[in-house]
Structures are given as structure tokens and as C-alpha cells.
Design a protein around this ligand. Structure first.
Ligand SMILES: Cc1ncc(COP(=O)(O)O)c(C=O)c1O
Length: 633
């Protein structure tokens, strides 16, 4: 590709802006993934997908997991805090914990904990299953296991089991009642985990999750409840167990100003608690560190206006300043940044299966005769005459003629054939006008709208609700790029629909540095040829929040380690859900279904409509179909 083409690719897909150095387009027009920014190693995604599909017979949709990107992001976070701690001569240390809710898959959790000695990384659990899984993991002795979320006695009991197994478990109290359960368990067993207090801050985050913070937040203790907890623990002589103050003002904080405000408030609460005798050692600032999904580096909801280093600097500097001001020791800083650590590591690959026909796709084969109604011949003149100078005017005229066409049809003045002819000529005029507008560049709003209407609609083999649910639920933007053929002209403009029977199952918003755009420019799709698209940055929340809408199941999954000179190793393949898996999910018993289907065939045999031999063959076919993929094959 020449420089001009590369520049065009960058303009359309903004890869340099959102990729954080992990993804790039090479000179052959293919997408590469690197294990860390600046690392010379890479994998060509198209070559990888070819191996998966052709040699390993793993069909799309495929979730490709790159564990090296998890480690790289963890190190980026740890390095940012190390740097800030050194720069501001901060007295405490950084303890990152991985919040399991963000991606509880075993491969992800275990990959982080492998780095637990070097980066002091622990885990955060928000439910009994998460805690249960975490308790059996290997993690360095001084790392933390933070228990957030609403708890019952079993949850507290599991936390105590962890304490007894030598883990540094911190039960973060969300409600006063949870302290009563902890004390009850202590009186019964003599075991008390470390205690944390989650503060309901006045400060709020920004973006979609702003309501996680502030006075009306769902979680956390009010100031008077915090003081009550401290008193209760002192009375029970368990105040030595109170080690942590926790806050979380929401995920994907878009504006750094909100972080600074929250840190000021949290550091003050910490300092005042120290001054009333609570020997808290850890200030847990929760999650919220954003991911720049659209690469715009702005306060918009799919972006953030700060860097990881700026975030860490502000946190460390503000906590240090307030602690010095209040003459209390600098606490260790715990971070629960899940999105930032996991978003990059998985890439979702789907393929275009087909094109959904629109008006604009119909081939123009209109024969206009002398005795056709005037509206038709006028539309034909417009269609033939559109050029670079008159396209706006001709487009406006065509709109008027289309109205006239429909009015005349409704009045019974023209036939169905005339209407069909007129519509074809109208859409062809629009398409020609749009081509002129695109060639001129800087299209006006009305041509942007027209582009949306005329865009190709490609049917992609995936379920949005399963694999990128936030795109539907909260209109989160995810970068989408073809993984090959980017050296070809970007002739098509398109939107995408998934295979669910839900009209919301579509992607019609794409990343853009200034705005979000409603169509994606891409190399032309050719029927019968493979065409792969990747949805990037889906490693946080998407896997776990995805649903089984229409009983489309988990996609196939490949874990890939990137080696030298474009080499890679597929270290794990996990087959996606079979039809039978989804039947079980919906509580059907497959054997009973097969039996019931057999009975239906038997009735046909009794009525002489099927032979016994054919019925038996059909029953076998029905039985075997359950082993197939839920996606299009
Ligand atoms: C208590 C708590 N900690 C950490 C997180 C992770 O946040 P993020 O993924 O934004 O880093 C969340 C998610 O909302 C949370 O509720």
C-alpha cells in the first residue's frame, strides 16, 4: 500500500488512535496484532483465521484470546503507579486486583495471577461463585482477595475459609448488617477476615456509570454507618482487622476531573478515619479507569480524556497531598481496574455471509416507453442526466417526483408496473447523486443521511447479543475492521446485521475521531469469497454480559500466543456451543425431544405417509442435528 492508501485506512478506521499499539494495518492490507506496544513480534489475523478455518476446521464466529495482551496491560497499569509513586515520593505501595466480574473466564483470571508476585496482583470477587473459584487459585501471599457486593452468611463463611487457608481476604462491608454477620461468624468460629468499609461518596463519576457513585448510589455505607462500624469493631476488640477503605464511582469514567474530585473526598475520609483510631492501611479506589474505544481521547461515552499515567499521577498525588496535610501515613493504593486490563485481549472474528437486498441493489433494467406516464419519463431524464455539477438539484427534483409518483398511484392514475419503474429510477438517481457527492468529498448532512439509506447491509455470522452486547444495550462503540484486503479501494459503505431474528441485532455506528459515523467504508464484498471482519476491544464485560438470545450459543474460541517473525501458537481451542447445549440451557431433555419426534414420525408411518425405513432415517437425522453449531454453517 502506498502512503495515501495507508492514510485513507487510518482516516476510516482510526486504528492508530484506539489500538493502544496492539493492532495495526500492514503494507499488504492485513491486520496485525502485537503482544505489546512496540514489540517486534506480530500475528497476521487473516493467516491465523485461515489456519483456524481451513486446517483446524474451526468456523467463524471465533473469539480469539491473546493472553499476552492481558499481561501487557497489567504491566502498563503497574508501571504507571510505580512511576507515580517514585515521582511523588509516595510512602505506600500499589496493589492491583482483578475484578472477576469483568471477565471471569478461568484463562483470564489465571493469566493475571501468574503475574501475582511481580505485580502484586490479587482478585476482587463480587459473588459466591467468583469467591469460590478465587479461593482455590494460587496467588502470592501478600496479595489481596477483595470481597465486594452484597453478602449472606455463606459468603462470609467462604471468606473465613479463605482466611483459614492463609489468604489475605478482605470482606468489604456494603451494609451494616454484613458486619453483624461477620461478628456472628467470629463468635461461632473465632475466625475474622480482614474488614473493609465501602464509602458512599458524594462525588460521582462521569459517563454511562455515573450513578454508581453519589449519594443515591446502590452500594456503600453512609458516614454515620461508617462510624458505627468503627465503634462496633472497637467494642468487639476487632478494630485491628479493619484494614481498608473502599470506593467505586463507576466504570468507564470519561472525565479525569471526576476522578480528582473523588480522590480528594476519599483521601479525606481515610485521613479522618485514621484520626479517630482506625488503622486503615489500604485505600481501594475501585475501577473506572476507561478504555478509549473510539480513539477520540475525549469525554464522549466510548472514550476518555486522560491517559493511564495521568490517572495514576492524579490518584497518587492527591492522596499524598491530603495525607500530608492531615498528618496521616500514605495508604497502600488498591486498584480494581478491570476494563482497562482486559478489553484489548480478545478479538471477535465474524464473516459476511450475505447481503440483505435493498431497493438500491436492484439492477436497473428499466425500459421507458413513449406512452409511459410523464412522471416516469421525467425520472428517467434525471437519472440519465446526473453529474458532478447538478447532483444536489437533481436529487431534490427526484425526491419531489417520487412523492408525485406515490400520489398518482394512490389516486389510481398509474399502474403497479409504473410504480415499480418509477421507484427503480428514483433509487438509481439517488445512487448516482451519492456517487457524485462522495467524489466531491465533504458530503452535506442530507447526503450523509442518503448514504445511510443506500448503504449495503451485510449479514454477519454472529449474535450481537452474545458477543458485543454493549453495542446494543448502551450503544457502546467497538472498533470494527475487515482483517484483510485493506489494500483494495474502499468502494463499499455498509452497516451490519447479525443472524438473530431481532431487528436490534445490527451495527450501524462506527468509531470516528469527531463523531460516530453511521456507515463503514470497506473493500467491496464479493459473493462466494471469504470476508472476515474483526470486532476489537471486546475482552471486558462482553463475554459475561452476553445473552443466549434466539439460543445462539458461545462462539468457537482460540487462545493464541504470538511468537517471532509472524509465528504463533494456538495453545487452546474451545468449541462453541452445540445445538444440544442450548437445548439443555433452555431445559429441554434432548433424549425426550428425540423420542417425541420419533412418535410423530410413527404416526406418519401408521397413516401410510412414510415408510418405516424412511422414518428411522429421519429420526436419526433429527438426532444428529443437535450436534451442530448454533450459528450458520
Ligand atoms: C466495585 C467495582 N470494582 C471494580 C469494577 C471494575 O470497573 P472497571 O471495569 O471500570 O475498571 C466495578 C465495575 O463496575 C465495580 O463495581
Amino acid at each position: 500500500m502506498n502512503d495515501e492508501q495507508l492514510q485513507q485506512i487510518q482516516q476510516v478506521y482510526c486504528v492508530e488512535n484506539w489500538s493502544a499499539g496492539y493492532f495495526e494495518v500492514d503494507a499488504r492490507g492485513c491486520l496485525l496484532t502485537r503482544p505489546a506496544p512496540g514489540d517486534p513480534r506480530y500475528v497476521n489475523l487473516k493467516e491465523l483465521v485461515d489456519e483456524l478455518t481451513l486446517k483446524r476446521k474451526v468456523a467463524p464466529p471465533i473469539l480469539v484470546r491473546f493472553p499476552q495482551l492481558l499481561t501487557s496491560q497489567l504491566r502498563k497499569l503497574a508501571d504507571a503507579y510505580q512511576h507515580a509513586i517514585a515521582e511523588f515520593q509516595y510512602g505506600g505501595q500499589h496493589f492491583p486486583v482483578f475484578p472477576m466480574k469483568v471477565n471471569p473466564r478461568r484463562e483470564v483470571v489465571e493469566e493475571f495471577l501468574r503475574d501475582s508476585v511481580r505485580c502484586r496482583v490479587g482478585v476482587e470477587c463480587g459473588s459466591k461463585p467468583e469467591l469460590y473459584a478465587a479461593l482455590a487459585q494460587d496467588q502470592a501471599v501478600d496479595t489481596l482477595m477483595i470481597c465486594n457486593g452484597f453478602k449472606d452468611e455463606t459468603f462470609i463463611r467462604l471468606a473465613c475459609l479463605g482466611t483459614q487457608a492463609g489468604k489475605r481476604v478482605v470482606v468489604v462491608l456494603e451494609k451494616l448488617n454484613e458486619l453483624r454477620m461477620v461478628l456472628k461468624e467470629y463468635r461461632r468460629t473465632g475466625v475474622c477476615p480482614l474488614i473493609g468499609l465501602r464509602a458512599k461518596l458524594y462525588s460521582r463519576g462521569s459517563g454511562k456509570w455515573a450513578s454508581s457513585g453519589g449519594e443515591a448510589a446502590k452500594f456503600g455505607l453512609t458516614t454515620s454507618e461508617i462510624l458505627q462500624c468503627v465503634r462496633l469493631l472497637q467494642e468487639e476488640k476487632l478494630d485491628g482487622q479493619l484494614k481498608l477503605l473502599h470506593l467505586h464511582i463507576g466504570s468507564q469514567i470519561t472525565d479525569i476531573k471526576r476522578v480528582k474530585n473523588a480522590m480528594r473526598e476519599a483521601a479525606r475520609v481515610y485521613a479522618k478515619l485514621r484520626q479517630v483510631g482506625a488503622n486503615i492501611e489500604f485505600l481501594d479506589i475501585g475501577g473506572g479507569l476507561g478504555v478509549d474505544y473510539d480513539g477520540s481521547h475525549t469525554r464522549t461515552e466510548s472514550s476518555m480524556n486522560y491517559t493511564v499515567q495521568e490517572f495514576a499521577n492524579d490518584v497518587v498525588f492527591i492522596i499524598r497531598s491530603i495525607c500530608d496535610d492531615e498528618h496521616v501515613p500514605h495508604p497502600n493504593i488498591v486498584t480494581e481496574s478491570g476494563r482497562m486490563m482486559t478489553a484489548y485481549h480478545s478479538v471477535f472474528i465474524t464473516n459476511i455471509r450475505d447481503e440483505i437486498e435493498t431497493f438500491a441493489d436492484e439492477q436497473l433494467s428499466v425500459q421507458v416507453d413513449v406512452d409511459d406516464p410523464q412522471v416516469i419519463s421525467e425520472l428517467k431524464d434525471l437519472c440519465d442526466g446526473v453529474n458532478g455539477k447538478n447532483y444536489v438539484e437533481y436529487y431534490h427534483d427526484a425526491l419531489e417526483l417520487k412523492d408525485s409518483l406515490h400520489t398518482q398511484f394512490n389516486m389510481g392514475l398509474i399502474s403497479l408496473e409504473d410504480r415499480a419503474k418509477g421507484e427503480l429510477l428514483f433509487w438509481e438517481t439517488c445512487a448516482r447523486a451519492l456517487r457524485e457527492s462522495e467524489e466531491e468529498g465533504f458530503p452535506s448532512d442530507e447526503f450523509e443521511q442518503l448514504k445511510k439509506v443506500l448503504a449495503a447491509k451485510y449479514l454477519c455470522n454472529f449474535s450481537l447479543f452474545r458477543s458485543a452486547p454493549d453495542s446494543w444495550a448502551i450503544r457502546q462503540l467497538f472498533p470494527i475492521v475487515p482483517i484483510h484486503r485493506l489494500d483494495e479501494p474502499l468502494k463499499d459503505f455498509a452497516t451490519f446485521v447479525d443472524v438473530t431474528c431481532d431487528s436490534d441485532g445490527k451495527i450501524s455506528h462506527f468509531v470516528d475521531l469527531k463523531d460516530d459515523r453511521e456507515t463503514l467504508n470497506m473493500p467491496a464484498w464479493r459473493d462466494g469469497e471469504p470476508y472476515y471482519l474483526a470486532i476489537f476491544l471486546v475482552g471486558a464485560y462482553q463475554e459475561v454480559m452476553g445473552s443466549f438470545h434466539n439460543l445462539f450459543g458461545l462462539p468457537n474460541e482460540a487462545q493464541v500466543v504470538i511468537g517471532d517473525n509472524g509465528s504463533y501458537q494456538i495453545t487452546k481451542l474451545v468449541p462453541g456451543s452445540r445445538i444440544s447445549d442450548m437445548l439443555s440451557f433452555a431445559r429441554y431433555d434432548q433424549a425426550m425431544l428425540v423420542e417425541a419426534f420419533r412418535r410423530k414420525l410413527a404416526v406418519q408411518v401408521e397413516q401410510g405417509k412414510l415408510t418405516a425405513e424412511l422414518a428411522s432415517k429421519l429420526a436419526g437425522e433429527y438426532d444428529r442435528a443437535a450436534a451442530g453449531s448454533t450459528y450458520l454453517e
